[in-house]
Design a protein around this ligand. Structure first.
Ligand code: PXL
Length: 277
């Protein structure tokens, strides 16, 4: 079988386990070749009190041009953290150049968490992200991102009904993405809800136990597993199920070993769970 390739358009962050540093090893465990396309280089992610941030926007066109020159092809394109508005246009151009009928685009609209946008996220960037969403076949927002993309208020304490989630996903799907997984929705003090929307089908849900506090980088682990599983021929439900089981195991390990929340998930300990024959 021909080995598959995925373009990871995302930042490279040294410490904190997020983005390419997380996604590349995860898809590699799933026998997929990762091709990073850096959007920014950071020493630590933006949830740390200090971080070095080098916006890679001015370099991206030349970087990507060489892939056009060698006629490189991808089986999937996954986008994550984007650092500037101009960068979104570069990503859209990348998708127009490399997306084929045999490939898919997953957009993780990394914008914020717990009802708040990240520090680097301006209202203009939010509008640009809405533009990018149109090019996604799979979208993996958290509840904050889902609300922001639809200009809706974040619900009090993150409490939201399944019917409301269904209608919000339907509204977002009209803009482009056929498949949406809303990840990590606070359900009650003990559980987390993951909501799966496939256009034209009934919604599905996956519940998982809430273990300790939220941990940064979790969304990147989830989107990598969903992209990899989907690329390997699994359904979105199977992909989301694998992602939630894997994440729970990693978080339990982090809790047991008192790993600080900002250090990301110790996914390295469980990579073998992702290997399929
Ligand atoms: O995990 C999301 C993410 C990715 N990249 C950078 C971040 C964050 C979240 O804070 O700061 C640089």
């Amino acid at each position: 079988m021909k080995q598959k390739k995925i373009a990871l358009i995302n930042d490279i962050t040294g410490f904190g386990r997020c983005s390419v540093a997380v996604m590349a090893p995860i898809v590699a465990a799933m026998k997929i070749q990762a091709v990073p396309v850096p959007t920014a280089i950071l020493s630590t992610h933006t949830q740390f009190p200090v971080y070095f941030f080098d916006d890679y926007t001015p370099k991206m066109k030349d970087y990507i041009q060489t892939y056009k020159d060698i006629n490189l092809t991808f089986d999937a394109i996954a986008t994550g953290f984007l650092g500037s508005e101009e960068q979104v246009d570069i990503v859209i151009d990348f998708i127009k150049s490399f997306h084929t009928k045999d490939s898919f685009v997953l957009v993780d609209p990394v914008m914020g968490d717990y009802g708040k946008l990240y520090k680097t996220y301006t209202p203009a960037m939010c509008n640009k992200m809405k533009e990018l969403v149109q090019y996604a076949e799979i979208l993996t927002p958290n509840l904050t991102e889902l609300c922001t993309l639809l200009d809706e208020k974040y619900p009090d304490e993150g409490k939201i009904s399944l019917e409301k989630l269904d209608s919000m996903c339907e509204k977002l799907a009209e803009k482009g993405p056929k498949h949406i997984v809303v990840t990590g929705i606070p359900f009650n003090k003990k559980q987390i809800l993951n909501f799966i929307y496939n256009t034209g089908e009934d919604y599905q849900i996956i519940m998982s136990d809430k273990i300790g506090d939220d941990r940064s980088g979790t969304g990147d682990v989830v989107s990598a597993i969903i992209a990899g599983m989907y690329l390997n021929g699994h359904t979105l439900y199977e992909a989301a199920k694998k992602a939630t089981t894997f994440v729970s195991k990693c978080i339990q390990y982090c809790e047991d070993n008192k790993v600080p929340n900002y250090w990301g998930l110790c996914f390295e300990m469980f990579l073998k769970d992702l290997v399929e024959d």
